[in-house]
Design a protein around this ligand. Sequence first.
Ligand code: DCP
Length: 220
Amino acid sequence: GTGVPIHGRTLCICIEGNIASGKTTCLEYFSKTSNIEVLTEPVSKWRNVRGHNPLGLMYQDPTRWGITLQTYIQLTMLDQHLSTISAPMRMMERSIYSAKYIFVENLYRSGKMPEVDFAVLSEWFEWITQNIAIPVDLIVYLQSSPQTCHERLKERCREEEKIIPLEYLEAIHQLYEDWLIKKTSFNVPAPVLVISADDDLQKMILQYEENREKILSGSN
Ligand code: DCP
C-alpha cells in the first residue's frame, strides 16, 4: 500500500514496548517522514499537571497515587487518539489500550492498586472504548529484554525512574508478551509488527529503514 487512508480516515500506528525500549528513537526516525504526524507520549504532562507531578507521586507511593496517574494518562491518551491532524497517518507512542492492559493491570496484579480503584478505572476504560471509536491500524512492538531496558534506564537517569527495579520491567515485559505475542490476555486491536529492540541505536535505525515500507503501509 501507499499509506493513503482508505475511506479518508487517518491511519493510526502505535509504537508499543517496555519502559526505555527505544520508542522515542523510533518516533524520531519517522518524524522525518512527510505524511506522518508523530505524537509523542505526553510524559511532560504526567510530570506537571497544574504544578503537580503524578508520575513522581506514583513511583513514590503506587497504592495511593496509581489511580491518579492512570486516570490522567487515560485522558491524555484519549486526547491523542482523537486529535485532528492534517497528515494521512498518525504515529503514537503507546495507546489507551496499553495504558490499561499493561500499566493499570500491572499495578492491580502486583497488589499495588486497591480493587475499588481498579474497578473505577476499568469502568471508565470500558465506557470510553464502547462509546468512542478508537481505531488502530498497526501496532509496532519493540520487543526488548527487561535487562536491556534496565541498562538504558540507568543511563538516562530520569529522576522519577531511579527507583524502578528490574522486576518491575520484567512484569511489564510479561504483560506485553502475553498481550501482543501469545495473545492470551486482552483484545489485540490491530495487527502486530514485531521489531527486536535490543540492538544499539545505529542498528535500530537500520531496522526502521528495513521495515519502513511495511510500517508506512500500515500492515504487518
Ligand atoms: N508510565 C506509567 N503508566 C503508563 C505509561 C507510562 O506509569 N500507562 C510511566 C513509565 C515511565 C514513564 O511513564 O516511567 C514514561 O514511560 P515510557 O516508557 O512511555 O517512555 P520512555 O521515555 O521510557 O520511552 P522510550 O525510552 O521507549 O522512548
